[in-house]
Write a new protein. Structure first.
Lengths: 135, 135
DNA sequence: ATGGGTGCAAATCCTTTGCATCTGC
DNA sequence: GCAGATGCAAAGGATTTGCACCCAT
């Protein structure tokens, strides 16, 4: 049972949301903070963290795991897949849906003993720049 | 092009590897450190971190992402999938392979522009205990 | 003796929290 | 006036690093 309550956003939250929605990459909290500071120079880092959490909780954005740089956020909340560069760590969107047969998902969920909510495919490999640099 | 060079492991590294291989869950560095201390009481945390990195680099174990507790390690290096509890954050193995059609993978990799190495399906939902507690 | 591994402590980095203040309603 | 949001600084927690020391070769 999902309980998502979207509350009205104040102007600070809107500014943060804007940044995340515009970002094509998957920015970290620090990157979002830097970007937001150009618009609201006196916003503090702590507020950015608090706002990001509340935006994620309300379903406006999504947290998509951490890497060595920290937690990353995604403005695209619809189901989609990601590719991770095993060399530089870049996290890219997969622009097409990786179709996984529904019955395979259900069987796997049953086997793992979980009540399936959603899923994601992660591709690991070399991103364009790392592929050429390594070839 | 993968370059994995397995060097001979010294006894400390073997002790750490043993812990990770035996662990059925996906322990964090701290948990591994605690476990290793029962066998080698004077090993330091820094050494555990150094050893874990080198074991992962050499392909003995695998790093499988971070959560609020830190980086988690997996002794199972063969391709397999994971389930994440959206309530308590538990990270479980999926005991069956989620079969993703090879052509879907290739098409997705091409679309994302990466040279595909491997992949993983992540299931999100409620683990057994959270499901009953929430129902 | 020599290079690598080790323990310890200090340093880093991301994130959270306490608290006094400010804001909008 | 009050509840919630904010900035700042301090605290917290995971991970890394500097460094002197020790060990096996």
């Amino acid at each position: 049972m999902e309980t998502i309550t979207k509350t009205k956003l104040n102007s600070n939250a809107q500014a943060v949301l804007h940044i995340v929605l515009e970002a094509h990459n998957h920015p970290t909290a620090l990157e979002i903070y830097e970007a937001v500071k150009t618009v609201r120079p006196n916003m503090g880092l702590a507020s950015v963290y608090r706002i990001l959490h509340s935006l994620a909780e309300q379903g406006y954005i999504r947290e998509i795991g951490r890497d060595e740089e920290g937690n990353r956020y995604d403005g695209n909340t619809s189901r989609h897949d990601h590719a991770v560069c095993t060399n530089c760590g870049a996290l890219l969107d997969v622009p097409v849906d990786v179709h996984v047969p529904a019955d395979a998902l259900e069987q796997a969920a049953r086997a793992a003993g979980i009540e399936l909510g959603s899923y994601e495919v992660r591709l690991y490999g070399l991103c364009p720049s790392c592929a050429t640099r390594t070839e």
